[in-house]
Write a protein that binds this ligand. Sequence first.
Ligand code: FES
Ligand SMILES: [Fe+2]
Length: 438
Amino acid sequence: MNTKPESQSLAAWVEETREGIDSGRFPVRAFNDQAVYDLEQERLFSKTWCFLAHESEIPHPGDYVTRYIGNNNLIVARDEHGEIHANLNMCRHRGNVMCKAEMGNASHFRCSYHGWTYKNSGELVGVPYMKEGYEGRLKRKDWGLVRVRVDSYEGLVFGCLDPEAPPLDEYLGGFQFYLDLYLKHGLGGVEVHGPPDHWIADTDWKICTENFAGDGYHTPVAHQWGFHLGYFPSSGSTHSQGWAVSIRGKGHGIGLGHGPNFPPFGGFPDDLVAEMKQSLSPEQVEVFSRTRTAVGSVFPNLSFLMQPFSLEPGEIGVRFVTMRLYHPVGPGRMEMYSWCLVPKNASQEYKKEAYRAYTLAFGQAGTFEQDDFENWTKVTQAAGMTMVRGVDFPYIMGMDSAPDPEFPGPGHAVVPYVNDTNFRNLWSRWADYLAGEA
Ligand code: FES
Ligand SMILES: [Fe+2]
């Protein structure tokens, strides 16, 4: 075993990592290391488009949530005109936190230190002792909250710290086709079912992004109880059927698992399927109708999963969608946000059933979640051991897979679904950012 000295420069390590990915190797150290974490803050989260909120979390003027991009805490608020803004949650006077709640409704934020007051859009409107103290030298328009770029796709609000970064559309690069599988559930789209489940986990955020970029390999093993008890309407041996699709050079990836004999759009109510056929393109309908499980990640740290889950063992199940955000808070440590998305136009009864299915499988106490985090925290612990320096993981599944020429969607689609192609694409994008070349 090659245990490299700690003195190897980080830049050299990143270069070596980039070269290794092409031959199907990725270093264990990436998943729990202070220097790697610091470099991610500096070079990755400062440049990528990161998910902030779903529009339905802040539907009314004044509604806000506080969220993060990297280590930057932001207030994401809807102003009186309905426009959404993201501003750094820091007073421009001496840096106090402006908003201490995670969500709420406010037209203004008043600093608890010296009383500067800002509109929820970020403009400074109130300064105590303005005349006597500043004697006309302070121009309020110059001292608003620090603004962050925002853009949205189908209700997903993203922010970007880099004013020079390409627009969101270009960043998503065709992955919108797959996001629609989670978002265009009927003509009304989707909404969040309540606030997110939110907890801290001793897990590196990248392990989650990778798993949700299409790790069908772990499902029949880590979640085998679901098959055995009949909650998951398929058998483990057939779970590998389907496509793994990646958007080359962008880092996004999705696994589209099929179920043998699984009915088209199985698990959705009929009226919703009729609406989906109107809201989706014919190519999307072709892919979507055959997909039983869709598990995808938007680079760097947002994921989605849609699958049927049987509330009564043996039944076809109810489709639910979970959206999750992995916010890194230290090497090998993250805050998890997990939402259930439901179709706006569905009946209350279906929304309730879908939420029940989500809660049984995902969220803080979800059974699938427990299975996954048990493994992910152990992987993270292992990655923090000193002897793992110089040790790699194999990413050689599907090294020679050619893209499926029949596949109707964008991106690089390979079969079988159990494949490392999406992960090589993910790590290659990650390494580009760390090298400062994204
Ligand atoms: S720190 Fe906010 S008013 Fe002084
Ligand atoms: Fe899992």
